[in-house]
Design a protein around this ligand. Structure first.
Ligand code: AMP
Length: 363
């Protein structure tokens, strides 16, 4: 099959690497000529709103998927005129807008923190009354990796936060006093087959994923998370991988956000699960039988942010695997990761600490 991918970042690159092994062909569309994806497959050059290039991509592919969350709905619709487009456009559009995302969680009875929509400055006061402090003000669109959000601790800081974020449509959320953050990755194919990966525990640094540990091994939470993700998969008649991030507060899951694509917190599945999230995404969109999502050991994944640690030293750690995305280093930029897979859970903490020391302090 010839698979088109809009966006040729590391997610697209890892999708292509998974599919090339099975004889699929890939064609990217990206704004940069030297993207991580362009290093492993041909890439068309163009913006994500470039109607001509979107149509050119679609005409040359059996199906098109994406690795960027901010692909405009109109662009996806252009592609869908010529060929298959998965995951569904509705899922893409919902995840792009924090308000529609929260409303959908509400409709499907998936719990979240208290939140209010803020359309104009005049809505701020009422939102604050409803949500309380501390709170987090977030732009409805284009927020990722901690961007587009401001933590608010005092009432007098709210107006300034609103200005800082550009005085547009936002949501105000209650701050979740979470014990931990976790994510669940589910996958569905159009025939209706669904599978879920084990829950992953995620530790963030300044809003960016620092490291993940999987499986979480808490059967109550696993069942609950699967039931929430299943509702979303069925709601959209989904195809491919869907990732949902949760806060764990007093043993309960509160959904934070969803991503209609493969996810950084699922990178450990490349070596640590029977089938990787990348392979299962492709199987899902191609309506092939889905692969086993079970963990084959105990895994930890650490992101390389802004710099690559010495490869040989990382690989000296038993069970480690090194990934570099072919990106130029810049502060905070995700340019690679390493995963450690251990047969024994008790071996993981020391090896993870060693890896984290090699990656260096987060600053
Ligand atoms: P997001 O862009 O919504 O995924 O937020 C990035 C990170 O900011 C999350 O993974 C949390 O660590 C933190 N965060 C976001 N919203 C909240 C919240 N309502 N309460 C506590 N922490 C939050």
């Amino acid at each position: 099959m010839k698979i088109g991918i809009v966006g040729a970042g590391q997610l697209g690159r890892m999708l292509a690497l998974a599919g090339l092994a099975q004889g699929d062909e890939f064609l990217f569309l990206d704004t940069a000529a030297d993207s991580p994806g362009a290093q492993v497959a041909t890439s068309l050059l163009g913006g994500f709103d470039d109607a001509e290039q979107l149509a050119a991509l679609a005409k040359r592919c059996d199906i098109v998927t994406f690795d960027v969350e901010n692909l405009p709905r109109e662009s996806a619709e252009i592609i869908a005129r010529y060929t298959g487009f998965q995951p569904p456009i509705d899922a893409l559009a919902t995840a792009q807008d924090r308000l529609s995302e929260k409303r959908l969680f509400e409709t499907l009875e998936i719990p979240t923190v208290a939140w209010r929509s803020v359309e104009r400055a005049e809505d701020l006061h009422e939102a604050l009354e409803a949500v309380g402090l501390p709170a987090v003000l977030k732009t409805r669109r284009l927020g990722y990796d901690g961007r587009g959000q401001v933590f608010v601790r005092r009432p007098q800081d709210l107006a300034e936060a609103w200005q800082t974020l550009g005085a547009g449509p936002m949501i105000l959320e209650a701050f979740a006093p979470f014990d931990e953050e976790v994510s669940l990755i589910g996958v569905r194919n159009p025939s209706g087959q669904c599978r879920h990966y084990p829950l992953t525990r995620n530790v963030h640094w300044q809003g960016v994923l620092d490291y993940s540990i999987a499986p979480l091994e808490r059967s109550g939470l696993q069942k609950q998370a699967e039931s929430y993700v299943q509702r979303l998969l069925e709601h959209f008649s989904y195809a491919g991988v869907l990732s949902v991030e949760f806060f764990v507060v007093n043993g309960r899951l509160l959904a934070n956000e969803m991503a209609p694509r493969v996810h950084n917190s699922g990178h450990w599945t490349i070596e640590g699960a029977a089938t990787s999230q990348f392979e299962n995404h492709l199987r899902g969109i191609l309506d092939l039988p889905l692969g086993d999502t079970r963990a084959t050991g105990h895994s930890a994944m650490v992101n390389f942010l802004g710099a690559l640690p010495p490869r040989a030293e990382v690989l000296e750690i038993e069970g480690s695997h090194y990934h570099a995305y072919g990106k130029a280093p810049r502060p905070r930029r995700k340019i690679g990761h390493a995963t450690i897979v251990c047969a024994q859970r008790s071996d993981l903490p020391a090896r993870l600490e060693r890896l984290r020391r090699l990656v260096g302090p987060r600053e």
